[in-house]
Design a protein around this ligand. Sequence first.
Ligand code: XMP
Length: 529
Amino acid sequence: MSSNSQLEKERVPSIVILDFGSQYSELIARRIRETEVYSIVMGYSTSAEQLRELAPKGIILSGGPNSVYEEGAPLSDPEIWNLGIPILGVCYGMQVMVQQLGGRVTSAIGKAEYGKAPLHVDDPTALLTNVESGSTMWMSHCDAVEELPDGFVRLARTSNTLEAAIALHSRNFYGVQFHPEVVHSIDGMIMIRNFVYNICCCQPNWTTSAFIDEAIANVRSQVGDKKVLLALSGGVDSSTLAFLLKKAIGNQLTCMFIDQGFMRKGEPEFLMEFFDEKFNINVQYINARKRFISKLQGITDPEEKRRIIGTEFIRVFEEESIKLGPFDYLAQGTLYPDVIESSGTNIDPKTGDRIAVKIKSHHNVGGLPKDLQFKLVEPLRMLFKDEVRKVGRALGLPEEIVGRHPFPGPGLAIRILGEVTDEKLNCLRDADLIVREEIKQAGLYHEIWQAFAVLLPVCSVGVMGDQRTYDWPIVVRCVSSEDGMTADWSRLPDSLLEIMSNRIVNEVQGVNRVVLDITSKPPGTIEWE
Ligand code: XMP
Protein backbone atom coordinates (compact mmCIF):
# COMPACT_ATOMS: atom_id res chain seq x y z
CA MET A 1 0.00 0.00 0.00
CA SER A 2 1.45 3.33 -0.81
CA SER A 3 1.09 6.05 1.74
CA ASN A 4 0.38 9.63 0.86
CA SER A 5 1.46 13.05 1.91
CA GLN A 6 -1.42 13.49 4.30
CA LEU A 7 0.87 14.64 7.07
CA GLU A 8 1.80 17.79 5.20
CA LYS A 9 -1.80 18.91 5.27
CA GLU A 10 -2.32 18.12 8.91
CA ARG A 11 -2.75 20.90 11.37
CA VAL A 12 0.18 22.21 13.31
CA PRO A 13 0.17 20.94 16.89
CA SER A 14 0.01 23.61 19.57
CA ILE A 15 1.74 21.34 22.06
CA VAL A 16 4.27 18.62 21.25
CA ILE A 17 4.85 15.88 23.82
CA LEU A 18 8.27 14.30 23.60
CA ASP A 19 7.83 10.71 24.69
CA PHE A 20 10.46 9.25 27.00
CA GLY A 21 8.56 5.97 27.30
CA SER A 22 6.00 6.73 29.98
CA GLN A 23 2.77 4.78 30.05
CA TYR A 24 1.13 8.19 30.46
CA SER A 25 2.47 10.00 27.35
CA GLU A 26 -0.73 9.42 25.39
CA LEU A 27 -2.77 10.42 28.40
CA ILE A 28 -0.99 13.81 28.53
CA ALA A 29 -1.94 14.36 24.88
CA ARG A 30 -5.55 13.43 25.60
CA ARG A 31 -5.75 15.72 28.59
CA ILE A 32 -4.41 18.65 26.58
CA ARG A 33 -6.88 17.95 23.80
CA GLU A 34 -9.63 18.00 26.43
CA THR A 35 -8.76 21.67 26.84
CA GLU A 36 -9.43 22.12 23.07
CA VAL A 37 -5.75 22.47 22.29
CA TYR A 38 -4.24 20.16 19.69
CA SER A 39 -1.29 18.09 20.85
CA ILE A 40 0.68 15.22 19.41
CA VAL A 41 3.24 12.74 20.71
CA MET A 42 6.68 12.54 19.12
CA GLY A 43 9.81 10.54 19.95
CA TYR A 44 12.07 12.00 22.65
CA SER A 45 14.95 12.31 20.18
CA THR A 46 13.04 14.65 17.85
CA SER A 47 15.57 17.28 16.88
CA ALA A 48 15.40 20.95 17.81
CA GLU A 49 15.44 21.65 14.08
CA GLN A 50 12.27 19.59 13.52
CA LEU A 51 10.63 21.32 16.43
CA ARG A 52 11.63 24.75 15.17
CA GLU A 53 9.98 23.95 11.83
CA LEU A 54 6.86 22.64 13.48
CA ALA A 55 6.81 25.71 15.74
CA PRO A 56 4.53 24.44 18.53
CA LYS A 57 3.58 26.89 21.26
CA GLY A 58 4.79 24.55 23.98
CA ILE A 59 6.72 21.34 24.55
CA ILE A 60 6.16 18.73 27.25
CA LEU A 61 8.79 16.16 28.17
CA SER A 62 6.99 13.04 29.34
CA GLY A 63 7.89 10.68 32.15
CA GLY A 64 9.87 7.55 31.47
CA PRO A 65 11.26 4.41 33.08
CA ASN A 66 14.96 5.31 33.04
CA SER A 67 17.29 7.01 35.50
CA VAL A 68 18.60 10.15 33.92
CA TYR A 69 22.09 9.78 35.47
CA GLU A 70 22.63 6.30 34.03
CA GLU A 71 24.81 5.86 31.00
CA GLY A 72 22.79 5.81 27.79
CA ALA A 73 19.66 7.27 29.43
CA PRO A 74 17.49 9.01 26.84
CA LEU A 75 17.94 12.80 26.73
CA SER A 76 16.57 15.62 24.58
CA ASP A 77 18.45 17.32 21.81
CA PRO A 78 20.34 19.92 23.94
CA GLU A 79 19.34 22.60 21.43
CA ILE A 80 15.67 22.41 22.46
CA TRP A 81 16.55 24.63 25.43
CA ASN A 82 17.45 27.41 23.00
CA LEU A 83 14.24 27.35 20.95
CA GLY A 84 12.53 30.02 23.02
CA ILE A 85 9.49 27.75 23.42
CA PRO A 86 7.98 27.10 26.90
CA ILE A 87 8.83 23.60 28.16
CA LEU A 88 7.21 21.54 30.91
CA GLY A 89 9.02 18.44 32.17
CA VAL A 90 6.89 15.78 33.83
CA CYS A 91 8.60 13.33 36.22
CA TYR A 92 11.50 11.87 34.19
CA GLY A 93 11.02 14.83 31.82
CA MET A 94 11.73 17.21 34.71
CA GLN A 95 14.84 15.23 35.58
CA VAL A 96 16.05 15.52 31.98
CA MET A 97 15.53 19.28 32.23
CA VAL A 98 17.47 19.52 35.49
CA GLN A 99 20.34 17.33 34.31
CA GLN A 100 20.70 19.04 30.93
CA LEU A 101 20.60 22.53 32.40
CA GLY A 102 23.32 21.84 34.98
CA GLY A 103 21.48 20.62 38.08
CA ARG A 104 21.70 17.18 39.70
CA VAL A 105 19.38 14.19 39.98
CA THR A 106 20.07 11.29 42.31
CA SER A 107 18.41 8.14 43.49
CA ALA A 108 15.79 8.90 46.12
CA ILE A 109 16.61 5.86 48.28
CA GLY A 110 14.27 5.83 51.25
CA LYS A 111 12.43 8.82 49.80
CA ALA A 112 10.86 7.28 46.73
CA GLU A 113 7.19 8.18 46.42
CA TYR A 114 4.43 6.16 44.83
CA GLY A 115 0.79 7.13 44.99
CA LYS A 116 -1.03 10.12 46.37
CA ALA A 117 0.80 12.94 48.15
CA PRO A 118 -0.39 16.38 49.29
CA LEU A 119 1.40 19.20 47.49
CA HIS A 120 2.56 22.20 49.52
CA VAL A 121 2.60 25.18 47.19
CA ASP A 122 5.36 27.75 47.83
CA ASP A 123 4.83 29.86 44.72
CA PRO A 124 1.20 30.04 43.60
CA THR A 125 1.91 31.79 40.30
CA ALA A 126 2.35 30.77 36.66
CA LEU A 127 2.07 26.96 36.53
CA LEU A 128 0.52 26.67 39.96
CA THR A 129 -1.99 29.52 39.73
CA ASN A 130 -5.20 28.38 41.48
CA VAL A 131 -3.65 25.04 42.47
CA GLU A 132 -4.68 24.65 46.08
CA SER A 133 -1.91 24.09 48.58
CA GLY A 134 -2.45 20.67 50.16
CA SER A 135 -4.22 19.26 47.12
CA THR A 136 -3.40 15.69 46.18
CA MET A 137 -1.00 14.88 43.35
CA TRP A 138 -0.01 11.46 42.03
CA MET A 139 3.67 10.58 42.49
CA SER A 140 5.57 7.71 40.95
CA HIS A 141 9.34 8.10 41.11
CA CYS A 142 12.44 6.64 42.67
CA ASP A 143 14.84 9.45 41.63
CA ALA A 144 14.70 13.06 42.78
CA VAL A 145 16.20 16.45 42.02
CA GLU A 146 19.00 17.13 44.47
CA GLU A 147 20.32 20.38 43.09
CA LEU A 148 18.45 22.87 40.92
CA PRO A 149 20.14 24.35 37.86
CA ASP A 150 21.09 28.04 38.02
CA GLY A 151 18.15 30.41 38.12
CA PHE A 152 15.53 27.75 38.96
CA VAL A 153 13.22 28.16 41.95
CA ARG A 154 11.03 25.77 43.86
CA LEU A 155 7.28 26.12 43.29
CA ALA A 156 6.07 23.29 45.53
CA ARG A 157 7.15 20.33 47.65
CA THR A 158 5.71 17.20 49.20
CA SER A 159 6.75 15.66 52.50
CA ASN A 160 9.22 13.35 50.74
CA THR A 161 10.24 15.48 47.79
CA LEU A 162 11.65 18.97 48.22
CA GLU A 163 11.69 19.88 44.55
CA ALA A 164 8.22 18.63 43.58
CA ALA A 165 7.57 21.54 41.21
CA ILE A 166 10.22 23.91 39.87
CA ALA A 167 10.52 26.81 37.46
CA LEU A 168 12.87 29.03 35.56
CA HIS A 169 10.25 31.76 35.15
CA SER A 170 12.32 33.96 32.85
CA ARG A 171 12.51 31.27 30.17
CA ASN A 172 9.17 29.58 30.81
CA PHE A 173 10.73 26.26 31.83
CA TYR A 174 8.73 24.26 34.35
CA GLY A 175 9.11 20.85 35.92
CA VAL A 176 6.89 18.68 38.10
CA GLN A 177 7.87 15.47 39.82
CA PHE A 178 4.25 14.29 39.93
CA HIS A 179 1.79 13.36 37.18
CA PRO A 180 -0.79 16.13 36.64
CA GLU A 181 -2.39 14.09 33.82
CA VAL A 182 -3.75 11.23 35.97
CA VAL A 183 -7.18 11.54 37.55
CA HIS A 184 -5.81 11.12 41.08
CA SER A 185 -4.01 14.47 40.74
CA ILE A 186 -6.91 16.57 41.91
CA ASP A 187 -5.80 19.94 40.55
CA GLY A 188 -3.84 18.39 37.67
CA MET A 189 -6.13 19.81 35.00
CA ILE A 190 -5.81 23.31 36.47
CA MET A 191 -2.06 22.99 36.03
CA ILE A 192 -2.38 21.72 32.49
CA ARG A 193 -4.65 24.62 31.62
CA ASN A 194 -2.22 27.06 33.21
CA PHE A 195 0.55 25.67 31.03
CA VAL A 196 -1.31 25.62 27.72
CA TYR A 197 -3.26 28.87 28.11
CA ASN A 198 -1.33 31.15 30.46
CA ILE A 199 2.23 30.09 29.70
CA CYS A 200 2.06 28.90 26.07
CA CYS A 201 -0.80 31.26 25.05
CA CYS A 202 -2.60 28.54 23.03
CA GLN A 203 -6.01 29.14 21.49
CA PRO A 204 -8.91 26.74 22.10
CA ASN A 205 -9.34 25.63 18.50
CA TRP A 206 -9.26 21.84 18.68
CA THR A 207 -13.00 21.26 18.51
CA THR A 208 -15.05 18.50 16.96
CA SER A 209 -16.61 20.78 14.37
CA ALA A 210 -13.24 22.26 13.40
CA PHE A 211 -11.86 18.74 13.02
CA ILE A 212 -14.77 17.66 10.82
CA ASP A 213 -14.42 20.70 8.54
CA GLU A 214 -10.69 20.18 8.14
CA ALA A 215 -11.00 16.42 7.61
CA ILE A 216 -13.64 16.91 4.91
CA ALA A 217 -11.53 19.51 3.11
CA ASN A 218 -8.44 17.28 3.33
CA VAL A 219 -10.25 14.19 2.03
CA ARG A 220 -11.70 16.18 -0.86
CA SER A 221 -8.36 17.58 -1.89
CA GLN A 222 -6.65 14.22 -1.47
CA VAL A 223 -9.18 12.10 -3.35
CA GLY A 224 -10.40 14.52 -6.01
CA ASP A 225 -12.95 12.70 -8.16
CA LYS A 226 -11.50 9.23 -7.57
CA LYS A 227 -13.30 6.25 -6.02
CA VAL A 228 -12.86 5.08 -2.44
CA LEU A 229 -13.54 1.68 -0.89
CA LEU A 230 -14.19 1.15 2.82
CA ALA A 231 -14.53 -2.15 4.68
CA LEU A 232 -17.43 -1.43 7.03
CA SER A 233 -17.72 -3.56 10.16
CA GLY A 234 -20.34 -1.61 12.05
CA GLY A 235 -17.89 -0.68 14.81
CA VAL A 236 -17.49 2.94 15.92
CA ASP A 237 -14.40 3.64 13.81
CA SER A 238 -15.54 2.33 10.45
CA SER A 239 -19.05 3.70 10.98
CA THR A 240 -17.76 7.18 11.80
CA LEU A 241 -15.46 6.98 8.81
CA ALA A 242 -18.36 6.01 6.53
CA PHE A 243 -20.37 9.04 7.70
CA LEU A 244 -17.42 11.38 7.33
CA LEU A 245 -16.57 10.13 3.84
CA LYS A 246 -20.19 10.24 2.72
CA LYS A 247 -20.22 13.88 3.71
CA ALA A 248 -16.90 14.58 2.01
CA ILE A 249 -17.20 12.66 -1.25
CA GLY A 250 -20.79 11.39 -1.46
CA ASN A 251 -21.23 8.63 -4.00
CA GLN A 252 -17.56 8.24 -4.73
CA LEU A 253 -17.61 6.08 -1.60
CA THR A 254 -18.43 2.37 -1.70
CA CYS A 255 -18.59 0.41 1.55
CA MET A 256 -18.13 -3.33 1.66
CA PHE A 257 -19.67 -5.24 4.53
CA ILE A 258 -18.42 -8.81 4.71
CA ASP A 259 -20.77 -10.98 6.74
CA GLN A 260 -18.55 -13.76 8.10
CA GLY A 261 -21.49 -15.26 9.96
CA PHE A 262 -20.04 -14.41 13.35
CA MET A 263 -22.01 -11.27 14.14
CA ARG A 264 -24.55 -10.90 16.88
CA LYS A 265 -28.22 -11.48 16.42
CA GLY A 266 -29.84 -9.03 14.02
CA GLU A 267 -26.66 -7.06 13.45
CA PRO A 268 -26.13 -7.59 9.71
CA GLU A 269 -29.75 -6.62 9.08
CA PHE A 270 -29.44 -3.56 11.30
CA LEU A 271 -26.29 -2.42 9.55
CA MET A 272 -27.72 -2.71 6.08
CA GLU A 273 -30.95 -1.00 7.07
CA PHE A 274 -29.15 1.78 8.85
CA PHE A 275 -26.38 2.66 6.42
CA ASP A 276 -27.75 1.60 3.08
CA GLU A 277 -31.44 2.34 3.40
CA LYS A 278 -31.70 5.06 6.03
CA PHE A 279 -28.58 7.06 5.27
CA ASN A 280 -28.21 6.18 1.63
CA ILE A 281 -24.58 5.18 1.98
CA ASN A 282 -23.67 2.68 -0.70
CA VAL A 283 -23.01 -0.56 1.19
CA GLN A 284 -22.35 -3.78 -0.69
CA TYR A 285 -23.41 -6.74 1.43
CA ILE A 286 -21.22 -9.80 0.94
CA ASN A 287 -22.69 -12.96 2.37
CA ALA A 288 -19.64 -15.11 3.08
CA ARG A 289 -21.12 -17.13 5.93
CA LYS A 290 -20.78 -20.52 4.27
CA ARG A 291 -17.18 -19.88 3.24
CA PHE A 292 -16.10 -19.00 6.75
CA ILE A 293 -17.87 -21.76 8.64
CA SER A 294 -16.67 -24.42 6.24
CA LYS A 295 -13.06 -23.27 6.69
CA LEU A 296 -13.46 -23.69 10.45
CA GLN A 297 -14.67 -27.26 10.31
CA GLY A 298 -12.73 -29.42 12.75
CA ILE A 299 -10.58 -26.49 13.93
CA THR A 300 -10.32 -26.18 17.70
CA ASP A 301 -7.10 -24.26 18.34
CA PRO A 302 -7.87 -20.57 19.07
CA GLU A 303 -4.88 -19.11 17.24
CA GLU A 304 -5.57 -21.33 14.25
CA LYS A 305 -9.19 -20.12 14.19
CA ARG A 306 -8.07 -16.52 14.20
CA ARG A 307 -5.52 -17.14 11.48
CA ILE A 308 -8.05 -18.86 9.24
CA ILE A 309 -10.65 -16.14 9.74
CA GLY A 310 -8.06 -13.43 9.05
CA THR A 311 -6.81 -15.09 5.87
CA GLU A 312 -10.31 -15.76 4.59
CA PHE A 313 -11.32 -12.16 5.26
CA ILE A 314 -8.48 -10.92 3.08
CA ARG A 315 -9.36 -13.37 0.30
CA VAL A 316 -13.00 -12.34 0.25
CA PHE A 317 -12.05 -8.67 0.38
CA GLU A 318 -9.64 -9.00 -2.54
CA GLU A 319 -12.07 -10.95 -4.70
CA GLU A 320 -14.98 -8.64 -4.03
CA SER A 321 -13.01 -5.42 -4.43
CA ILE A 322 -12.01 -6.56 -7.91
CA LYS A 323 -15.65 -7.29 -8.73
CA LEU A 324 -16.86 -3.95 -7.38
CA GLY A 325 -13.91 -1.85 -8.49
CA PRO A 326 -11.64 -0.56 -9.68
CA PHE A 327 -10.95 1.70 -6.70
CA ASP A 328 -8.12 4.16 -6.32
CA TYR A 329 -8.26 4.59 -2.58
CA LEU A 330 -8.86 2.43 0.43
CA ALA A 331 -10.26 4.15 3.53
CA GLN A 332 -9.10 2.84 6.87
CA GLY A 333 -10.20 3.70 10.39
CA THR A 334 -6.65 3.90 11.75
CA LEU A 335 -6.55 5.80 15.06
CA TYR A 336 -3.83 7.80 16.76
CA PRO A 337 -2.71 5.11 19.26
CA ASP A 338 -1.92 2.84 16.27
CA VAL A 339 0.01 5.66 14.63
CA ILE A 340 2.04 6.29 17.77
CA GLU A 341 2.72 2.59 18.27
CA SER A 342 3.73 1.92 14.72
CA SER A 343 5.96 4.96 14.57
CA GLY A 344 8.01 3.34 17.30
CA THR A 345 8.03 6.06 19.88
CA ASN A 346 8.17 3.53 22.69
CA ILE A 347 11.30 2.98 24.62
CA ASP A 348 13.01 -0.12 25.88
CA PRO A 349 13.20 0.45 29.66
CA LYS A 350 16.54 -1.39 29.83
CA THR A 351 18.40 0.17 26.94
CA GLY A 352 16.49 3.39 26.39
CA ASP A 353 16.30 2.50 22.68
CA ARG A 354 13.21 3.35 20.76
CA ILE A 355 11.24 0.21 19.99
CA ALA A 356 8.10 -0.50 18.06
CA VAL A 357 5.64 -2.08 20.44
CA LYS A 358 4.20 -5.30 19.12
CA ILE A 359 0.48 -4.82 19.05
CA LYS A 360 -1.24 -7.97 20.26
CA SER A 361 -1.41 -10.24 17.25
CA HIS A 362 -5.16 -10.74 17.50
CA HIS A 363 -5.85 -7.05 17.11
CA ASN A 364 -4.39 -7.19 13.65
CA VAL A 365 -6.42 -10.16 12.52
CA GLY A 366 -9.22 -9.03 10.28
CA GLY A 367 -7.06 -6.17 9.09
CA LEU A 368 -6.01 -5.88 5.50
CA PRO A 369 -2.73 -6.93 3.92
CA LYS A 370 0.00 -4.39 3.36
CA ASP A 371 0.48 -5.06 -0.35
CA LEU A 372 -2.92 -4.15 -1.74
CA GLN A 373 -2.64 -1.71 -4.60
CA PHE A 374 -4.52 1.13 -2.99
CA LYS A 375 -3.59 4.51 -1.72
CA LEU A 376 -4.77 5.09 1.82
CA VAL A 377 -7.32 7.57 3.14
CA GLU A 378 -7.08 7.70 6.92
CA PRO A 379 -8.84 10.84 8.16
CA LEU A 380 -9.18 9.56 11.75
CA ARG A 381 -5.49 8.81 12.14
CA MET A 382 -4.82 11.69 14.53
CA LEU A 383 -7.80 10.97 16.82
CA PHE A 384 -8.10 9.13 20.08
CA LYS A 385 -11.06 6.79 20.52
CA ASP A 386 -13.06 9.21 22.66
CA GLU A 387 -12.57 11.87 19.97
CA VAL A 388 -13.84 9.47 17.29
CA ARG A 389 -16.97 8.99 19.36
CA LYS A 390 -17.48 12.75 19.54
CA VAL A 391 -17.03 13.07 15.78
CA GLY A 392 -19.42 10.17 15.20
CA ARG A 393 -22.07 11.80 17.39
CA ALA A 394 -21.60 15.16 15.71
CA LEU A 395 -22.07 13.51 12.31
CA GLY A 396 -25.36 11.98 13.44
CA LEU A 397 -24.44 8.42 14.31
CA PRO A 398 -26.89 7.05 16.89
CA GLU A 399 -25.86 6.06 20.42
CA GLU A 400 -26.51 2.46 19.39
CA ILE A 401 -23.35 2.59 17.30
CA VAL A 402 -21.29 5.28 19.02
CA GLY A 403 -21.73 3.95 22.53
CA ARG A 404 -21.58 0.27 21.77
CA HIS A 405 -19.27 -2.14 23.53
CA PRO A 406 -16.11 -3.28 21.74
CA PHE A 407 -16.64 -6.36 19.61
CA PRO A 408 -13.74 -8.45 18.31
CA GLY A 409 -13.11 -8.72 14.55
CA PRO A 410 -13.57 -12.52 14.48
CA GLY A 411 -16.81 -12.00 16.41
CA LEU A 412 -18.66 -14.86 18.06
CA ALA A 413 -16.20 -17.37 16.58
CA ILE A 414 -13.82 -16.59 19.45
CA ARG A 415 -16.59 -16.76 22.03
CA ILE A 416 -17.26 -20.38 21.16
CA LEU A 417 -14.48 -22.50 22.56
CA GLY A 418 -13.36 -25.34 20.35
CA GLU A 419 -14.96 -26.02 16.98
CA VAL A 420 -17.42 -23.45 15.65
CA THR A 421 -20.65 -24.87 14.25
CA ASP A 422 -23.91 -23.32 13.08
CA GLU A 423 -25.72 -24.94 15.98
CA LYS A 424 -23.37 -23.39 18.53
CA LEU A 425 -23.47 -20.02 16.78
CA ASN A 426 -27.26 -19.94 16.94
CA CYS A 427 -27.21 -20.91 20.58
CA LEU A 428 -24.60 -18.27 21.48
CA ARG A 429 -26.43 -15.57 19.49
CA ASP A 430 -29.59 -16.15 21.51
CA ALA A 431 -27.74 -16.17 24.83
CA ASP A 432 -25.71 -13.10 23.91
CA LEU A 433 -28.85 -11.17 23.04
CA ILE A 434 -30.38 -11.97 26.42
CA VAL A 435 -27.25 -10.80 28.27
CA ARG A 436 -27.23 -7.51 26.38
CA GLU A 437 -30.98 -6.98 26.66
CA GLU A 438 -30.95 -7.49 30.40
CA ILE A 439 -27.90 -5.28 30.97
CA LYS A 440 -29.64 -2.53 28.99
CA GLN A 441 -32.91 -3.10 30.79
CA ALA A 442 -31.08 -2.65 34.11
CA GLY A 443 -29.64 0.64 32.83
CA LEU A 444 -26.08 -0.65 33.16
CA TYR A 445 -24.99 -0.86 29.52
CA HIS A 446 -22.97 2.35 29.50
CA GLU A 447 -21.36 1.69 32.86
CA ILE A 448 -19.93 -1.59 31.66
CA TRP A 449 -17.02 -1.97 29.24
CA GLN A 450 -18.23 -5.25 27.79
CA ALA A 451 -21.03 -7.69 28.60
CA PHE A 452 -21.38 -10.87 26.62
CA ALA A 453 -21.93 -14.61 26.62
CA VAL A 454 -19.41 -17.38 25.94
CA LEU A 455 -20.28 -20.94 24.97
CA LEU A 456 -18.28 -23.81 26.44
CA PRO A 457 -18.16 -27.04 24.43
CA VAL A 458 -18.66 -29.37 27.39
CA CYS A 459 -21.93 -30.94 28.48
CA SER A 460 -23.22 -31.30 32.00
CA VAL A 461 -26.30 -32.92 33.45
CA GLY A 462 -29.41 -30.94 34.25
CA VAL A 463 -33.10 -31.54 34.68
CA MET A 464 -35.95 -29.79 32.94
CA GLY A 465 -39.46 -30.84 33.84
CA ASP A 466 -39.14 -34.60 34.16
CA GLN A 467 -36.41 -34.76 31.55
CA ARG A 468 -32.76 -35.23 32.20
CA THR A 469 -30.72 -32.89 30.01
CA TYR A 470 -27.11 -33.06 28.92
CA ASP A 471 -26.32 -29.65 27.46
CA TRP A 472 -23.79 -26.84 27.18
CA PRO A 473 -23.13 -24.14 29.78
CA ILE A 474 -23.09 -20.42 28.96
CA VAL A 475 -20.58 -18.16 30.70
CA VAL A 476 -21.69 -14.60 31.45
CA ARG A 477 -18.70 -12.26 31.13
CA CYS A 478 -19.12 -8.63 32.23
CA VAL A 479 -16.16 -6.37 32.85
CA SER A 480 -15.37 -2.78 33.67
CA SER A 481 -12.27 -1.27 32.09
CA GLU A 482 -10.71 1.99 30.91
CA ASP A 483 -9.05 0.72 27.77
CA GLY A 484 -9.31 -3.06 27.63
CA MET A 485 -5.70 -3.48 28.77
CA THR A 486 -6.73 -4.24 32.32
CA ALA A 487 -10.22 -5.05 33.54
CA ASP A 488 -12.23 -6.02 36.58
CA TRP A 489 -15.30 -8.22 36.63
CA SER A 490 -18.50 -6.26 37.11
CA ARG A 491 -20.40 -6.73 40.34
CA LEU A 492 -23.90 -7.17 38.91
CA PRO A 493 -26.98 -7.18 41.15
CA ASP A 494 -28.17 -10.68 42.10
CA SER A 495 -31.63 -9.91 40.74
CA LEU A 496 -30.16 -9.13 37.31
CA LEU A 497 -28.06 -12.30 37.29
CA GLU A 498 -31.12 -14.28 38.28
CA ILE A 499 -33.17 -12.95 35.37
CA MET A 500 -30.34 -13.56 32.92
CA SER A 501 -29.80 -17.08 34.12
CA ASN A 502 -33.50 -17.96 34.06
CA ARG A 503 -34.01 -16.52 30.63
CA ILE A 504 -30.96 -18.21 29.14
CA VAL A 505 -31.78 -21.73 30.36
CA ASN A 506 -35.45 -21.33 29.50
CA GLU A 507 -35.15 -19.63 26.13
CA VAL A 508 -31.94 -20.90 24.62
CA GLN A 509 -32.02 -24.29 23.01
CA GLY A 510 -29.09 -26.50 24.02
CA VAL A 511 -28.16 -24.72 27.26
CA ASN A 512 -28.91 -26.04 30.75
CA ARG A 513 -26.51 -24.09 32.95
CA VAL A 514 -25.27 -20.50 33.37
CA VAL A 515 -22.02 -19.60 35.11
CA LEU A 516 -20.48 -16.23 35.95
CA ASP A 517 -16.85 -15.34 35.19
CA ILE A 518 -15.36 -13.57 38.22
CA THR A 519 -11.80 -13.18 36.93
CA SER A 520 -10.07 -9.84 36.51
CA LYS A 521 -7.53 -9.06 33.76
CA PRO A 522 -4.77 -9.88 34.46
CA PRO A 523 -4.60 -12.80 35.06
CA GLY A 524 -7.59 -13.59 32.85
CA THR A 525 -8.22 -11.98 29.47
CA ILE A 526 -11.55 -10.40 28.61
CA GLU A 527 -12.33 -12.81 25.78
CA TRP A 528 -12.20 -16.56 26.39
CA GLU A 529 -11.16 -17.61 22.84
P1 XMP B 1 -8.48 -9.58 25.66
O1 XMP B 1 -9.31 -10.81 25.44
O2 XMP B 1 -7.11 -9.70 25.05
O3 XMP B 1 -9.21 -8.41 24.87
O4 XMP B 1 -8.43 -9.19 27.10
C1 XMP B 1 -8.94 -7.04 25.06
C2 XMP B 1 -9.94 -6.25 24.24
O5 XMP B 1 -9.71 -6.47 22.85
C3 XMP B 1 -10.88 -6.93 22.22
N1 XMP B 1 -10.49 -7.85 21.16
C4 XMP B 1 -10.47 -7.53 19.86
N2 XMP B 1 -10.77 -6.39 19.20
N3 XMP B 1 -10.26 -7.44 17.14
C5 XMP B 1 -10.65 -6.36 17.84
O6 XMP B 1 -10.94 -5.34 17.23
C6 XMP B 1 -9.93 -8.61 17.73
O7 XMP B 1 -9.57 -9.57 17.06
C7 XMP B 1 -10.04 -8.65 19.16
N4 XMP B 1 -9.81 -9.63 20.07
C8 XMP B 1 -10.10 -9.10 21.29
C9 XMP B 1 -11.67 -7.59 23.33
O8 XMP B 1 -13.05 -7.70 23.00
C10 XMP B 1 -11.38 -6.67 24.47
O9 XMP B 1 -12.18 -5.50 24.40
